[in-house]
Design a protein. Structure first.
Lengths: 188, 188
């Protein structure tokens, strides 16, 4: 951020009175431009012992498999956003949705909120996807998953399904994705 | 938003190629300035059959009682933000924290994520509070609570405590707060 979005004057990074951290503050109109984490919402569509994944048609991680998800928009609820992303990426509807998994990813200022739900009818391929497909646990392309959160949700989902208990969990993404895709974070 | 924060040129509200809703787009450098919901994080500190509330020293709802909460900051987890707000507003620490309650408030583009936790040691009065106090259920000042989410969490908490079961719930704020404080949303 270089300029004030309200008056076009330059902004400076400084700690406002009464605050405890630097913010972008307009040198002219003194508006404080707060920057806050963004919420990514998504949904894992399930049918029987299978889950629906999409192969990404866009960067980052083009060609890798993911769960329908994307940035939450103003004016929508978390569930509405998750269902919108499911329509957009997999041309799919779900029913009996439940809140399922929350992740903190503080180093990129993101919060993830995932639901699960039963696939309701057919599915297709949205404009941001190359392919959509149902996978049982032994068919999951573990080394071709797009993001750490995808690996974690799928591992948990199949475990939870075996126990028929689906607790809502909160945490940071774990190391499983990097191990499966042979990703070295030191060189990412 | 009137000006581009990267180049100071004017922005126009228009639907970018491949998008489905209007965004602020720079007329000069064509950067798209996305606007997304913000996350409010908070924590209900409990001790025995009591909860810790703070009386607000700032607008909105100055003088009314609330649970420690505020905007999540970049670089922190949801829990870290909730604990920070608890320190800042009630000069308090908590232990054994659990995710407890999520709210969607789409008409103001906010998501609330509340934890509960046991008060750990003393408490005090932060700079944004006039007063902090422990309340048992029959002492809660129902007509003087600051926001709908506060009423909903307190009603749920005392119910959950009776059953000794604290499910994680997601929903929009309910009508109880408006009834208790005699608030008419039509004239708000």
């Amino acid at each position: 951020m270089k300029y004030c979005s309200e008056c076009a004057a330059a902004v400076s990074l400084k700690v406002p009175d009464g605050d405890d951290r630097p913010r972008y503050v307009c040198d002219h109109c003194e508006i404080i431009h707060y920057q806050n984490p963004r919420v990514v919402v998504g949904c894992l569509p399930t049918v029987g012992d299978k889950v629906l994944l999409c192969r990404r048609a866009i960067e980052p991680r083009l060609g890798f498999w993911t769960i329908p998800a994307g940035f939450m928009e103003n004016g929508e609820t978390m569930l509405a956003g998750a269902l919108r992303e499911t329509r957009e990426e997999a041309d799919a509807k779900v029913k009996n949705e439940s809140l399922y998994r929350l992740f903190d990813i503080p180093h990129i200022n993101q919060v993830y909120v995932f639901f699960r739900g039963e696939l309701d009818g057919d599915f297709g391929i949205g404009p941001e996807s190359l392919e959509s497909r149902l996978f049982s646990e032994d068919e999951i392309p573990w080394s071709e998953l797009a993001f750490p959160v995808v690996t974690d949700i799928l591992v948990d989902y199949f475990d939870d399904r075996r126990r028929n208990d689906y607790p809502i969990r909160l945490g940071k993404p774990g190391p499983l994705w990097a191990e499966h895709v042979n990703w070295n974070f030191d060189h990412s």
